[in-house]
Design a binder for this molecule. Sequence first.
Ligand SMILES: [Zn+2]
Length: 120
Amino acid sequence: MDYHEAKELQERWGDQACDHPSFTDKYLFGSKTGDFVCEQCGQFFTQRQKAQRARSKESPRLDKLLEQNAVIKDRLAVLNKHKAELTQISTSSTSIDPYIQQQENLIKFADQLIQEMGVG
Ligand SMILES: [Zn+2]
C-alpha cells in the first residue's frame, strides 16, 4: 500500500481500536520501504514491530501481563501526582489498607518472577 493511501486510511479509521488483522508492504514513490501497513487501519509497522506482534499473539498471557504493567504504571503515575489528595483519603478512612496489602503481594510475585528469570 502506498504511503499516501495509508495516510488516508489512517484518517478514515480515526481513533477506533484495531487488532491489525493483516499487513501489507508499505510503498513510497513506487518502491517497497521494508515497513508494513495494517490493511484495516493504515497504521505503519516496522519489521520488528510486526514480529513482536506475532510473538505476543503466540503468548497472549505475556501480552496481557505487559498490558497490565503499562496500566499499573499509568495509575501509579496518577497516584503519585496527587499525593495531597491521597494523604487526605488515607487519614480519613481505611480505604487504602487493602490496596497496600495488594501491592505487597504484587511486589512479592514480581520478586518471584525476577528470581526465576535470574536477572535480579
Ligand atoms: Zn490496524
